[in-house]
Structures are given as structure tokens and as C-alpha cells.
Design a binder for this molecule. Structure first.
Ligand code: ATP
Ligand code: MG
Length: 887
């Protein structure tokens, strides 16, 4: 059964049982500061489980894209761990519980294929339950009919779930499939997790836990008011079972990549006879790593992540580099490998995720660019390593120092396994222990750093408390600019006085918290007995709005009545910038194509910055066209309208959905007439004409494949143009031409100036040369040599001096030995040019020697003509004397 079909059956099964089908959230976990990537189906439902938001349905089902970075190292070595994988899940929010969850799972797993099920052999399914969860055991045994010898009790580590923080928790029950003796030892999941493959985990959220010391030690505070179900079935794992292959790298969505990698490198996959993953041939493991990582990179870039040195970008970089590295270990030497592999991954995944085909240009340009950079790194690293190897050998050593290997790894990103390999080829060992010691030191330092950053997380728990205390704060700023409210909490204080900086939460607020690139509102909050000035507004957790404010006078207490008023002018100017950003975004796409998607933005009062993905620089002509079209849209006086709708409806409407924004089931769409439509939580003007004017200032690069435009809006745009106009008027006045002729006139004037300079130069040379005849006539006889020694007029160029020397020399009869020396001064330094004629050379004189003699070695040239300099200008006469004496 194909993977897509399993997915379809899964969703159909749960939909038929009253579940709402919810689309996958994007891979980057944007709402959870502790998580880089979504790693389970439940992540997008966390606010429901925590009771922060009321779910719009009681039952949901999804196929969630997941990344588990801790599993990277397992890839290929086990049969069941992918970096990217898809988790089928069904969720109950206070609706059905254990019996429902177990029944629904059992039903789908064992129902025959003909009846729409997955058709697993019921005799080969095992279940694990938490130690004392007799309720689950009863359901498995009595209701489902599973024999007791296939029900296993397991401890907290395996079968108890919590989010690692106070909140819901509860026992789990997992479904395993026995793949038979060929896959490992008998005895159930406790004995062999590769033979007994876990394919489905059912979590029963039943209790509330308190703070604890680690993952397994925390107090259970009591039962939850509403009991929830969260399940996860690994799509790839079940596919490997149903497709009769040994592991999830051999299923239909992955195997073609693996096969292509094998073909490219001339390897035969499946060299080990055994089905046991841990007994695989190293090349087989590498082929699996390549297939898994290439697919993962495709999906991660597809969801908007770009290779970089931190956070998600770093995970992506590591994955790409591991893939490239593994292909090379398999023997590939023909240049970039990704252009061979990534298209295969695209073709595997696009039936389920059409966007990876639609956006392939963007995705591949990042992937290929990263490979290029990495290949350069490898090359540089190899050179440095070769050098280290040669040095070590020259000293008679047999071991490459650990710090060398570490430096290669740390500074050049050069992988240790490659260092080991190249060193071995050269007959050297590597001080691996030394290397690991340095790695451990670095890790410890990083850990200490992370610990330090946790203090930030401590704040997060204060925020969490503030949120739990009073529920989500209502943002009323879409429709009003001032509001009566009440001080709900002062984070970390109960009262504050004049001059204090405070963090203030109101019951409801018109203040917009910085997000989606839009800057926060500022303004004043007036209280019963005081006033505060709001300087920043942030939303550290979804639903919580925190005002950073300075107490201007009086006192602030929790419970105070408050009148919150935003700075309306600032808000309007920011809103104008935000609407302008949408218009520029849409217009860029009109001119550059759909792949010109937003990569970041800033909306400040009257100005904006918009980053977007596009391969090269945007030509000036396109920028002009974009600007023109945007301004035309302003004149059309389009209505700007925001509305809430379902995510699916928004997609149907063709709303531009930008990575990094939060997708709930309900989304807010902002449309500017029929021109632009985008998911957006920001504030906007009411009609496009309120923008007045948009002026694009510049376009530049901000990284591989990302460009930035900056623009001004409204009065700021007008002010800019007005200033430019004043400048042009002033120039027109100075040049005495109408404004539209200034450019021509400047061009003309510059050309004239250049001509005049050339003319001047010519005249000066003529002038200098005119003196040549007289100087030649005045040559003095020094020991039978005609000698001319003179200084050129101030400002004579080096070229002119040389010409002068040759000119004088040419005017002395050639049968008479002659030496000409001319000094010149410029910039406080003196220089010397000496020319010698043929007759003088026959007497053993050389221009080069004369210059070197006069300048103590500084200078050079031929025997005919030489020059030098660099001595203080005052020494010019002495240089001439020195040449004369040497004759
Ligand atoms: P394991 O112990 O095998 O790593 P897990 O206990 O980490 O699995 P859960 O956190 O319970 O797995 O995730 C739910 C389901 O998601 C699992 O039953 C499995 O089918 C699937 N799954 C988990 N991790 C991966 C992975 N790295 N690749 C593919 N599927 C996975
Ligand atoms: Mg795991």
C-alpha cells in the first residue's frame, strides 16, 4: 500500500468517526521558544491541551510534518528513525478517552484492506502500557481481546508522557508489530525494538503535573478537569510494514532517492544478507543517510528555512552537509551531487506536497548554493590537513595532533571522520582522545551558555503564569485607539512608582505588540493615581500582551483602572508602511514571479524594509515599474479589508501565506481591494489612497538569494522627494538651466573639464620639453662626459620627467657620451630619473647604477633609463651632485 494511500485511509477513518481534518502546521515551531521544529502532531494543539484556548472541535485528526533532530544520528543505523517524518494523529479534547482511543486505533490497524483498514495481522500486534495502568490493560485484554502475553507493562521512561513542564501528563500505550524472527530476538518490545516495531503511540492526558527535577521526577497534582487523547502513528513506519520492506528508507517516498544515490556511486544497496538494521554494511547506512537527509532538506527549505549558522538554519546546514559528505564517502567525485538527488526527492514528495514542485526553483537554489560552499570548505580543509600531515611526517611523528583535528573541525567545519580517513590514507593516526577532549570542553562551554540563557526562560514561566491567571488578553486595536481597562498584573511587582520601568498587563488593550515585522504601538496609559508612558509592547506567548512602560508620575497598582491611549500618528504611519509592504510584495510577484516570497520585513513609522527571495539583483527598470504600479494602486482608492476565515478558505482565495506566521485553524486575511490578499495579523489603513505616496529608495542583497528593498510611505516619501526637488532646483540655478536639463549639463560639464585637463597636461609637457634644447646646450663636460643635471618644475608628473630626460638626451650628439639627470619633487619627496646614451654606456656608465648609487640602492631600471625616489624633497640637489660625482 502506497504511503499516500495510508495517509488517505487514516484521515478517512477518523473523519468518519467525527474528527475534523486539520492541515499540518509548517515545520518551524514558531510559537514555542523551546522548540526549533515541530516534532509531533500535538504541537499545534498545545494551547487546547493547556486550556489556553477553547478548541473549535472536540475531535481532530492530522498528518503532521515532523523533524526530530535528536534522531539524526540514528538514521540508517536503525530501521525506524527518519529526520523528517510524518505523524498521523487523532486528538480528543475532553471527548473520548482510553477506550475510544484504543478502539479506534485497533479498528484501523486490523480492519481488512478491502474494508478500508490497514489489514495488519492482529496476531502479531503487541501493546505496551504504563506500569499501573490497569484500566488500559483491561481494555486491551477484555474489550479488544489481546492475550495477556502480548501486553507489556513498561516504566515512566517509555510509557509516561508530559511536556517537561508543569501541565498535563499521563500514561501512554504503544502498539508494536512483530516482524518475525528474521528481524531479531524473540521476547517482545523489551527485548528488541527493531523486530518489534513501535508504530503507534496513544497518550492518555489524565493528570496535572507540578515542577520537577527532571523528565521522570515530578509530583502528580491531581486529575485534569478534561481528559484528552493525543496519538501519533509514524506514517513511514507503518508504510515500511505494509510495503514489506525492511526499513523506512525503502518505502515508496524515500527509496527512489536511495536508488539514485546507489546508481551515482556505483554501489549495490543491500549488501548484508541479514534483515537486522544494526548489522548493515556501512555503505548501506550511508545510502540511507543520503536518502533521508536529502528529503529532509527539501521539506525544511520548502517551509522557509535557509542554511545558516544558528538555530533552524544550522540544523538544515548540518543535514545538507551530512548528505553531501555521505555521497562523497560512497565515492562520488563528480562535482555537486544535489542536482542529481534533490529532483528525485521532489518527485517523491510533490504528490502529497505540491508546493515543493511549485517552489522548486527557490528550494534548489538554496540547496545547491550550500553544496557549492561546502565543497569549497572541503577543498580548503583538505589543503590545510595535507599541510598538517606533511609537517607531522617531517618531524618523524605518526600521530596527528588532536588540536589540529579540532581546529579543522571548529574553524573550517571539516568533519572528523574525513580527517581520520585522509590521515589514515597517509599512514598517520589521529589523536582522537585529544580531539574529543577539546570537543567536550567546547560542549561544556556551550551548555553553560545555554544555562545562562535559561534565565530568559525563567521569565517565560512568569509570563506563563500571567497568562494562566487571567486567560488571553483581548487586543482591541483593530477597531479603536483608546480604551478603558484595568491593570491585570505587573510582572515581578505589585506596585511601582515614578521613574520605574515596568511590565504591565491589561485586561484588554488597543496597543499592538510587535510582530510580523510591524513595530509596536507607543502611547500613554493613565491610571487612577498616575501615568505611564508605553515604550514597547511585546507578546512573549500567544495570547499575552505585555506593555513595557516608564512611570511618569504617581503610582501603579495591580487592579487600578486604566485608560490606554496609543500614539495615533505613529500608529497611522506604521499602518501605512504595513499596507505598502503588502502592495510591494504583490507587485514584486507580478513582475518577478510567484517565487518572490517574503523573507522578512520591517514596518516602522513612514518607512519599510521588505526582504524577499529571488535569485539575483532586481534590475532598476523593474524597480521603477514596481513603484509605478504600486502608486497606481493607491490612486484606485481600494478598500482595505480584514476578515477571519478558515485556513482552507484562505488558501482557496489565494491568500499569500508567509512562513513564520502562525497558522491556527482560523486565520486573518487582509486584502487590498482585489489586488493583494495575504495572511496577516497587523494593522492597516482603511483605503489604499491613505498611503499618499510610496517611494522605493534602494535595492540590495542581504544573503544568498535574498534581496531587500527599502521604501518610504506617505509624508516621509513626500519629504524625501521634496528634499530632492530642492537639490535639483539649486543645481539648476547653479548651472543656469531648467531642472530637466541639469543631468545633461552636468555630463557636459564633466566632459569639458576632462578635456580641459588633458589639454593642460599637453601644454605642460610642451612647456617642459621646450626647455630641453636649452638644457642640452648647457651640458657641462665632466671627465669627458656631457652632463645635464636639473630639477623639473614643481608639479611635473613622473611620466613628464621621463620624457624630458629622453628629450634632452636626444638633443646631445650621439657620438658624445652623455648623462642626463632630472629630479622632481612631489608630496614632500624627491625622485630622480637618469638617462645614459650609447656612447656613455660604451664607457661603462649605466643609468641603473647611477640611480642606485645616488639613492643608496633605492631604485632601478635599465642601463639606458632608470629612476628612483622616496627621499625627503630637500635632498633633490644632493641627488644631482651624487650622480655628477659618480661620472
Ligand atoms: P522510538 O522510541 O522508536 O524512537 P518514540 O517513542 O520516540 O519512538 P513517539 O514520540 O511516541 O516515538 O512518536 C509517536 C510515533 O511517531 C511513534 O510511534 C513512531 O511511529 C513515530 N516516530 C517517532 N520518531 C520517529 C522518527 N524519528 N522517524 C519516523 N517515525 C517516528
Ligand atoms: Mg524517539
Amino acid at each position: 500500500m502506497r504511503t499516500a494511500e495510508i495517509k488517505r485511509r487514516f484521515l478517512a477513518h477518523f473523519e468518519a468517526n467525527g474528527h475534523t481534518v486539520v492541515p499540518s502546521a509548517p515545520l518551524p515551531a514558531v510559537d514555542d521558544p523551546n522548540l526549533l521544529f515541530v516534532n509531533a502532531g500535538m504541537v499545534q494543539f498545545v494551547p487546547f491541551f493547556l486550556g489556553q484556548r477553547t478548541p473549535p472541535y472536540q475531535r481532530a485528526t492530522s498528518v503532521q510534518k515532523c523533524i526530530r533532530t535528536p534522531d539524526i544520528e540514528e538514521v540508517g543505523k536503525t530501521s525506524r528513525h527518519g529526520t523528517f517524518f510524518q505523524m498521523n494523529g487523532n486528538f480528543s479534547f475532553g471527548d473520548y478517552f482510553k477506550e475510544g482511543a484504543i478502539g479506534l486505533a485497533w479498528d484501523l490497524a486490523t480492519k481488512s484492506v478491502a474494508d478500508g483498514g490497514l489489514g495488519l495481522d492482529a496476531e502479531r500486534i503487541w501493546a505496551t502500557v504504563y506500569l499501573d495502568d490497569d484500566e488500559a490493560i483491561d481494555i486491551w485484554h477484555k474489550t479488544v481481546g489481546l492475550p495477556m502475553d502480548r501486553i507489556v507493562r513498561r516504566g515512566k521512561k517509555d510509557n509516561y508522557w508530559s511536556m517537561g513542564i508543569p501541565g498535563p501528563c499521563g500514561p501512554c500505550s504503544e502498539l508494536y508489530f512483530d516482524r518475525g524472527p528474521a528481524y531479531g530476538r524473540e521476547g517482545g518490545p523489551d527485548v528488541d525494538e527493531d523486530r518489534y516495531l513501535e508504530f503507534w503511540n496513544l497518550v492518555f492526558m489524565q493528570y496535572e503535573r507540578g515542577a520537577g527535577t527532571d523528565k521522570e521526577n515530578y509530583p502528580i497534582l491531581g486529575e485534569l478537569p478534561a481528559k484528552n487523547i493525543d496519538t501519533g502513528m509514524g506514517l513511514e513506519r507503518i508504510a515500511s510494514l505494509l510495503q514489506g520492506v525492511d526499513n523506512l528508507y525503502e518505502i515508496d517516498e524515500v527509496n527512489p532517492i536511495l536508488a539514485r544515490a546507489a546508481e551515482m556511486t556505483g554501489k549495490r544497496y543491500g549488501q548484508a544478507v541479514s534483515h537486522v538494521a544494526s548489522e548493515s554494511h556501512p555503505d548501506d547506512v550511508r545510502l540511507r543517510v543520503v536518502a533521508d537527509h536529502v528529503r529532509t532538506a527539501l521539506m525544511v527549505i520548502g517551509d522557509g528555512v535557509i542554511p545558516s549558522n544558528e538555530g533552524r538554519g544550522y540544523v538544515l546546514r548540518r543535514i545538507l552537509r551530512r548528505a553531501i559528505r555521505s555521497v562523497r564517502l560512497l565515492g562520488w567525485r563528480e562535482g555537486p551531487a544535489l542536482p542529481e538527488l534533490l529532483p528525485v526527492a521532489r518527485d517523491c514528495m510533490s504528490p502529497s506536497y505540491p508546493e515543493v514542485a511549485a517552489e522548486y526553483d527557490r528550494i534548489s537554489s538554496y540547496a545547491y548554493g550550500e553544496e557549492e560552499r561546502f565543497l569549497q570548505t572541503l577543498q580548503a580543509g583538505t589543503t590545510i590537513l595535507d599541510l598538517a600531515v606533511t609537517e607531522t611526517k617531517a618531524k618523524g611523528g605518526a600521530v596527528l595532533a588532536g588540536d589540529k583535528a579540532f581546529q579543522l573541525h571548529d574553524t573550517y567545519g571539516f568533519p572528523i571522520d574525513l580527517t581520520l580517513e585522509i590521515a589514515a590514507e597517509q599512514g598517520l593516526r589521529v589523536d582522537e582522545a585529544g580531539f574529543r577532549r577539546l570537543m567536550a570542553d567546547q560542549k561544556a562551554a556551550a551548555k553553560a551558555d545555554a544555562q545562562a540563557r535559561k534565565t530568559g526562560h525563567a521569565d517565560l514561566s512568569a509570563y506563563r503564569a500571567a497568562l494562566e491567571e487571567g486567560g488571553p488578553v483581548e487586543f482591541t486595536g483593530y477597531r479603536e485607539v483608546a480604551r478603558e481597562s484595568r491593570v491585570r498584573s505587573l510582572l515581578g511587582a505589585t506596585v511601582a512608582g515614578e521613574g520605574d520601568e515596568i511590565s504591565l498587563v491589561l485586561d484588554a488593550t488597543p496597543f499592538y505588540a510587535e510582530s510580523g515585522g510591524q513595530q509596536a504601538d507607543m502611547g500613554i496609559i493613565t491610571l487612577g493615581s498616575g501615568r505611564v508612558e508605553v515604550i514597547d509592547v511585546q507578546s512573549p506567548l500567544p495570547g499575552l500582551i505585555v506593555h513595557r512602560a516608564k512611570v511618569l508620575d504617581g503610582e501603579v497598582r495591580v487592579g487600578d483602572a486604566a485608560f490606554a491611549e496609543i500614539d495615533v500618528n505613529r500608529r497611522r504611519a506604521v499602518s501605512r508602511a504595513h499596507t505598502a509592504t503588502h502592495l510591494i510584495h504583490q507587485t514584486m510577484r507580478n513582475f518577478l514571479g510567484e517565487s518572490a516570497t517574503q523573507a522578512g520585513s520591517l514596518n516602522a513609522p513612514g518607512r519599510l524594509r521588505f526582504d524577499f527571495n529571488t535569485p539575483g539583483a532586481v534590475p532598476q527598470s523593474v524597480l521603477t515599474d514596481v513603484e509605478q504600479q504600486v502608486n497606481e494602486v493607491l490612486l484606485r482608492d481600494l478598500l482595505v479589508h480584514a476578515f477571519i476565515t478558515s485556513q482552507e478558505e484562505a488558501r482557496k482565495l489565494g491568500a499569500m501565506a508567509l512562513f513564520g506566521e502562525k497558522y491556527g485553524d482560523e486565520v486573518r486575511v487582509v486584502e487590498v481591494g482585489d489586488y493583494a490578499r495575504e495572511l496577516c495579523g497587523g494593522t492597516h489603513v482603511e483605503r489604499s489612497s491613505q498611503l499618499g505616496l510610496v517611494k522605493i529608495l534602494s535595492e540590495s542583497s542581504v544573503g544568498a538569494g535574498v534581496r531587500r528593498v527599502e521604501a518610504l510611505v506617505g509624508l516621509d516619501a513626500f519629504g524625501h522627494l521634496a528634499r530632492e526637488h530642492v537639490l535639483v532646483s539649486r543645481l539648476a540655478e547653479l548651472f543656469r538651466v531648467p531642472g530637466d536639463q541639469v543631468a545633461d549639463r552636468v555630463e557636459q560639464t564633466v566632459a569639458q573639464l576632462r578635456d580641459a585637463e588633458r589639454e593642460l597636461e599637453k601644454l605642460r609637457v610642451q612647456l617642459v620639453l621646450a626647455g630641453a634644447g636649452g638644457l642640452a646646450d648647457a651640458a657641462r663636460d665632466i671627465r669627458g662626459v656631457a652632463f645635464v643635471g636639473t630639477e623639473a618644475p614643481e608639479g611635473t608628473s613622473a611620466n613628464e620627467v621621463r620624457t624630458l630626460v629622453q628629450e634632452i638626451r636626444g638633443r646631445i650628439p650621439s657620438d658624445r657620451p652623455a648623462v642626463v639627470a632630472v629630479t622632481s619633487r612631489s608630496g614632500g619627496k624627491a625622485s630622480l630619473v637618469v638617462g645614459v646614451n650609447g656612447a656613455a654606456k660604451s664607457r661603462g656608465l649605466s643609468a641603473g647604477d647611477l640611480v642606485k648609487g645616488a639613492l643608496s640602492g633605492r631604485g632601478g631600471g635599465s642601463a639606458d633609463l632608470a629612476q628612483g625616489g622616496g627621499v625627503p624633497a630637500t635632498e633633490a640637489p644632493a641627488l644631482l651632485t651624487a650622480v655628477e660625482r659618480a661620472l
